[in-house]
Design a protein around this ligand. Structure first.
Ligand code: XMP
Length: 492
């Protein structure tokens, strides 16, 4: 039969993680010395190139706080009303603030026992004493109060307080505040404005806690970074997220090359101060449509562990080719790229960066951790956590339809056409451990390629194609695994 094939099926091949390996290269880089600093969007850099997914079984404030403390970024999902979203963002922004703005204060006319009870109730061991107009008159601590309580409890706070108060103004640095504390043997410094009015408090405990997280993702005021997802047509939500202090707003759509989405994303970008990352996309043409205004591009059409988009719609792009295509265009515009979905191992993550991504977004990898909101399920004595696609029936019922450009509000559940499944993933413990394994593995990859930084790695990375025999060789084989490794499970 010498009839030619139809040109329709003379098609390019697209690749994903298991199709390739990074070619090892000459190296003087020890993995621990490989720097993982990167950009997640034009104006936001991170020490750790990892984001937690905007999914209702992955990221709310608890996950976002943990991610930012350990150098990454959490992206709060959008299956919640706007007021709740604002509260979630504020929780993250306040978590490790140097200056506590919500200060517990005492009144000079209160009795010492009243203040003692108040401090116990609020869980603080000292409080600034303020008069009318918030003027700072003194400071009182549990140590000041103790002798008064022993001889009676009706003395006024003004008797017991220390009235020579060391204060500082709002641009005090952590180092300056600590120096003041050491010099004057105190543990808290009230922050005052020009008129000596209280506007905040810096505590020794707060400073030491911040020191513990020396990789943390922080904004210019030292507050933790926070990402948040908004729908492509939700300009009001985007404005509210911006006002609440979100650092990066993610326009969250399963197909951001829809031209209505491109238009509204452009409008949202013009309306907010935060960086705006747009996604998801998977092709060069989509990147071209967005790269002139977006602060970041997010890639992934159907690679996710809980996704059925490719099966339901017959459309998608194998993830590594998608990342590489988008990254080619993004590089010309200096726009960072995030590879979102399908990452099971640290090796996948560093391959995504080798293909041109600047950071990776993970859903299933983190869904089993303590900080993820899903409930714990026990089956046959083993613990799991719930993990579901944002296009699954359950997530759509709680408001997730718009991501898939579907109006499900007036639909009955049986009329939904979902693009994701509801599942469970093994319980993992604290996210810090998972992140440690992920980043350590990525650094190993950098060591094998001889790159001491992410930009250098992107330049040096070369891939080889792997056959199906090679894929088998990649995994442990011909043995019975007796002890589980913390960073490898043979797939369930
Ligand atoms: P992983 O593989 O890390 O993927 O679990 C997380 C990413 O998957 C996307 N996502 C979905 N894609 N249907 C889809 O086709 C869904 O229901 C769905 N929910 C999430 C999303 O990009 C996420 O970050």
């Amino acid at each position: 039969n010498d009839r030619p094939f139809s040109a329709k099926l003379e098609v390019p091949e697209a690749l994903t993680f298991d199709d390739v390996l990074l070619r090892p290269k000459e190296s003087r880089v020890e993995p621990d010395d490989a720097a993982t600093e990167t950009h997640v969007s034009k104006n936001v850099s991170l020490n750790v190139p990892v984001l937690s997914a905007a999914m209702d079984t992955v990221t709310e404030s608890e996950m976002a706080i943990a991610m930012a403390r350990h150098g990454g970024l959490g992206v709060i999902h959008r299956n919640m009303d706007v007021d709740r979203m604002v509260t979630e963002i504020e929780r993250v922004k306040r978590a490790d603030e140097l200056i506590i703005r919500d200060v517990v204060t005492a009144d000079p006319d209160q009795t010492v026992s009243e203040v003692d009870a108040m401090m116990q109730r609020e869980g603080v061991s000292g409080a600034p004493v303020v008069g009318d107009d918030d003027e700072v008159l003194g400071i009182i601590s549990a140590t000041d109060i103790r002798p008064y309580l022993e001889v009676g409890d009706s003395d006024a706070v003004s008797e017991a307080m220390t009235d020579e108060v060391i204060t500082a103004d709002a641009d005090v640095s952590p180092r300056e505040a600590l120096e003041l504390m050491y010099e004057h043997k105190i543990e808290r410094v009230p922050i005052v404005d020009d008129g000596d009015r209280l506007i905040g408090l810096v505590t020794m405990q707060g400073i030491l806690q911040r020191r513990e997280f020396d990789q943390a993702a922080r904004d210019e005021n030292g507050r933790l970074r926070c990402g948040v997802a908004v729908g492509p047509f939700e300009e009001d939500r985007a404005k509210a997220a911006d006002d609440a202090g979100a650092d990066v707003i993610f326009i969250d759509c399963a197909h951001a090359h829809n031209l209505d989405v491109v238009d509204t994303a452009r409008d949202i970008k013009a309306d907010v101060d935060a960086d705006v990352v747009v996604g998801n996309i998977g092709t060069r043409e989509a990147a071209e449509a967005l790269a002139d205004f977006a602060d970041g591009l997010k890639v992934g059409i159907g690679p996710g562990s809980i996704c059925t988009t490719r099966i339901v719609s017959g459309s998608g792009m194998p993830q590594l080719s998608a990342v590489a295509e988008v990254a080619d265009v993004a590089a010309e515009h200096d726009v960072p790229v995030i590879a979102d979905g399908g990452i099971r191992y640290s090796g996948d993550a560093i391959k995504a960066i080798g293909a041109g991504a600047d950071a990776v977004m993970l859903g299933s990898y983190f869904a089993g951790t303590d900080e993820a909101p899903g409930r714990i399920i026990t089956r046959n004595g083993k613990k799991y956590k719930q993990y579901r696609g944002m296009g699954s029936v359950g997530a759509m019922k709680s408001g997730g339809g718009e991501r898939y450009l579907k109006d499900v509000e007036d639909q009955d559940e049986e009329d939904y056409v979902p693009e994701g499944v509801e599942a469970a993933t093994p319980y993992q413990g604290p996210v810090e451990n998972e992140l440690h394994q992920m980043v350590g593995g990525m650094q190993s990859g950098m060591g094998y390629v001889g790159a001491s930084s992410i930009p250098e790695f992107k330049e040096r990375a070369e891939f080889v194609r792997v056959s199906s025999a090679g894929q088998q060789e990649n995994h442990p084989h011909d043995v019975l695994i007796t002890d589980e490794a913390p960073n490898y499970s043979p797939g369930e």
